[in-house]
Design a binder for this molecule. Sequence first.
Ligand SMILES: Nc1ncnc2c1ncn2[C@@H]1O[C@H](COP(=O)(O)OP(=O)(O)OP(=O)(O)O)[C@@H](O)[C@H]1O
Length: 280
Amino acid sequence: MDAMTSPATLPAALAATPDRRQALAFRHVSKRFGRADGSSLEVLRDISFDVPAGSIVSILGPSGSGKSTLLNMAAGLLAPDQGRVLVLGHETTGDAAGAVDWSRLGYMFQDDRLLPWRSALANVGLALESGSIGKREWRARSQAQLALVGLGDFASAYPHQLSGGMRSRVALARSLVTEPDILLMDEPFSRLDAQTRTTMHTELLRIHRERNMSIVFVTHDVEEAVILADHIVMFSPRPGRVHTELAVDLPHPRLGTPEAQTLVAELRAAIAGMSADWVI
Ligand SMILES: Nc1ncnc2c1ncn2[C@@H]1O[C@H](COP(=O)(O)OP(=O)(O)OP(=O)(O)O)[C@@H](O)[C@H]1O
């Protein structure tokens, strides 16, 4: 590298260019919650890992290990007590927080949170209503998302007219309608029956291939993490710490393949060795 381009001589603005190869980065993140009796509950301790752009990262951990808390930090709903959270290279707290473009994140929750008085189309379009798009574009984009999740013919159906799997698809379409670069998913399929969940896994992987967004998928289900993820970050019981981080370099589909079953068994053995307190 010649002297003109060495990092020491780069203009400050260039040197500070955010690292967009990382959709998300967690750096030494810790979090406590205050309790009514004045004490505090340590939920996360010194969490560091990256979510590379375009990857599916699964956070796997027992109940109470702070998985949702970490996701809420990535969404800007909570601030860390210590450490830093970066979204597309921008810190979510401090002076630089204004640079984060929150519209580039989507969030899918454990419960579908559909509004019962709105049709499937109107539920999907909800996320677009804070913007300034016209009615025609609103309808076209919402309809396109419903078609993407296989519900193009159910635009006028109301939530009570849909099965659990269909409701889950509507919720997925709603979280995708803003075309986010990063999709945060908090145990989104945990309430579905096994067969429907398998279908949703296939759909999610297809959409991920088409959209190439980054996904953070929180689960306490080892098999679900293995089926979906490129990387698994396994948390210890509370306070959540990164116990194991591994790459899952297996072709899709993985369900029922010997390689996936071996990895599931290895992770279950690691969990058994970690603690008897892994509660799901
Ligand atoms: N706002 C809050 N105030 C106080 N305590 C909280 C708050 N949010 C979460 N907690 C507590 O922090 C701990 C971690 O919660 P969190 O929901 O992040 O865990 P989790 O790993 O996602 O669990 P689960 O798999 O059961 O959803 C829990 O004991 C929870 O009760």
